[in-house]
Design a protein around this ligand. Structure first.
Ligand SMILES: [Cu+2]
Length: 491
């Protein structure tokens, strides 16, 4: 399944990627640093991928993956089509693998759906020429918000995401009906970082374009959705001269608007912000230098011009979020994200990902508290499939109620999260969302089991003669601990 000859089947030449990534105007855009607008005449016009919207509770989409000129495409485009649907819908995606010599599959990043069968099952693989019918049953109470899809073939995720395979998912509802958000025009920024073989920085593209421009009237208000669909770039977002009024992080509405001047978007992360334009002028939507990364770039240029409009009242209160501060904690676990430990380049708790090993077993319907410790200099974005989590503490500091599915672990820092394992049993994964790290094994498998499964196991001890019951239970606890990850403790 992970044979070496299938690892890097598509040859991406420097020349082809340079052409694809830079285009005729890319060099000019690169020269324009953060905070400075690029020359409008040289920049491409704003554009967004086509949208496929559900109707009568169903959406059916075909995603045909192909490769040419060093790019990989869904249905011939980068990024792929945007899927829009509603809680309670059934979404069917017929995925076709026409990548030469490559295996692939599909992950619906952030969706709270079953990880089994034909749903968000990252263990499903499609060989070249194969097609597979995915079917996602979206729960009626699924949080509305911004999600995305991309291949998750372990060992090849970086190549395929870098080469262009990504697309947006928008679940309608939630904030769409909140006063101050309802009815606002939307703008979607799918950020991608096309790969070059020599690893020199390539410009981050927005919806497949390098530094596109758009025009808004002074005083206009828009709802912007950002998706960091790059394999490894941390994007310190900023809109020069403007406040970002954050309303949602990942697929989760905030309880109240957060007014910020920058927001760190890790690879895989999403954020929604209301932007109200200021006086006429040209403003960069920028990636600013962050941490040890000096890189900056104008992602897009907003031209504010024309007849001013009366600025709308921005909301303050949004949607109250669940708070697990007082939840009953079924288990506490610690995971260390490690580099160069015992000869292993990248690991979690000393292990590299093994397709045949369940590292963590959790029980359906419980909440666990995980301490995520980054003992390396590099930040690692923690992402867990199927279940979002509440961020409790960052480096010991208690956080306002915030739900995420992709969380940067600070350099040599520690994050405490609480994860409800609700609704779905089955095996899935958590990992670093720097996909190079994931491909090299900074990932673990977890399995959510139904309470009945554990009860049956425990009941088998009860059936034994009294003299052997205690030893049976000790043994079961021992084997359960050995297979349930790091240093699991039960409350
Ligand atoms: Cu990492």
């Amino acid at each position: 399944m992970l044979s070496g000859e299938n690892r890097h089947p598509v040859r991406i030449t420097r020349r082809s990627m340079t052409a694809a990534a830079l285009g005729a105007v890319g060099a000019a855009a690169l020269a324009g640093g953060a905070g400075r607008a690029v020359r409008a005449a040289a920049a491409p016009r704003w554009g967004e991928p086509a949208t496929r919207r559900s109707s009568a509770g169903a959406l059916s989409v075909t995603l045909d993956t192909t490769a040419s000129n060093g790019q990989m495409m869904f249905n011939g485009g980068v990024p792929g089509p945007t899927m829009r649907f509603r809680p309670g819908d059934t979404v069917r995606v017929l995925m076709k693998n026409n990548l030469p010599g490559a295996m692939t599959n599909l992950h619906t990043h952030g969706l709270h759906v079953s990880p089994e069968g034909s749903s968000d099952n990252v263990f499903q693989m499609l060989t070249q020429g194969q097609q597979f019918q995915y079917e996602y049953r979206i729960p009626a109470n699924h949080p509305a918000g911004t999600y995305w899809y991309h291949p998750h073939h372990h060992g090849d995720s970086t190549t395929q995401v870098n080469a262009g395979l990504a697309g947006a998912i928008i679940i309608e509802g939630g904030l769409d009906t909140v006063t101050g958000v309802s009815g606002l025009p939307e703008r979607l920024f799918i950020l991608q970082s096309p790969q070059r073989l020599d690893r020199t920085p390539t410009p981050i593209t927005v919806n497949g374009k390098t530094a596109p421009t758009f025009t808004l009237a002074p005083g206009a208000t828009e709802r912007w959705r950002f998706i960091n669909a790059s394999a490894s770039e941390f994007v310190q977002l900023s809109v020069v001269g403007h406040t970002m009024n954050l309303i949602a992080i990942d697929g989760n509405a905030l309880s109240s608007v957060r007014r910020v001047s920058t927001h760190l978007l890790p690879p895989g992360g999403r954020v929604e912000a209301l932007i109200q334009t200021q006086a006429a002028g040209s403003y960069a939507v920028s990636m600013l230098p962050w941490g040890r990364r000096p890189r900056s770039q104008t992602l897009a240029t907003m031209s504010v011009s024309g007849t001013p409009v009366v600025a709308k009242q921005l909301p303050t209160t949004l949607i109250a979020a669940a708070d697990l501060t007082n939840a009953t904690i079924a288990a506490r676990r610690t995971f260390e994200f490690q580099a160069n430990r015992n000869g292993i380049p990248l690991s979690i708790n000393g292990r590299v990902f093994d397709m045949n090993t369940v590292d963590v077993t959790t029980r359906l319907g419980t909440v666990e508290e995980w301490t995520l410790r980054n003992v390396t200099q590099d930040p690692h974005p923690f992402h867990i499939h199927v279940n979002a989590f509440q961020v409790m503490k960052v480096n010991g500091v208690t956080q306002p109620v915030t739900w995420m599915d992709t969380m940067p672990l600070p350099s040599r820092g520690e994050v405490v999260v609480r994860i409800p394992f609700a609704d779905f049993v089955g095996k899935s994964v958590f990992h670093c969302h720097i996909l190079q790290h994931e491909d090299r094994g900074m990932m673990q498998m977890f399995e959510v089991v139904a309470p009945a499964a554990r009860s049956a196991s425990e009941a088998s001890c009860a059936e034994l003669p009294a003299s052997r019951r205690a030893a049976c239970r000790r043994n079961r606890r021992g084997s359960s601990k050995g297979r349930s990850g790091g240093d699991a403790r039960k409350d």
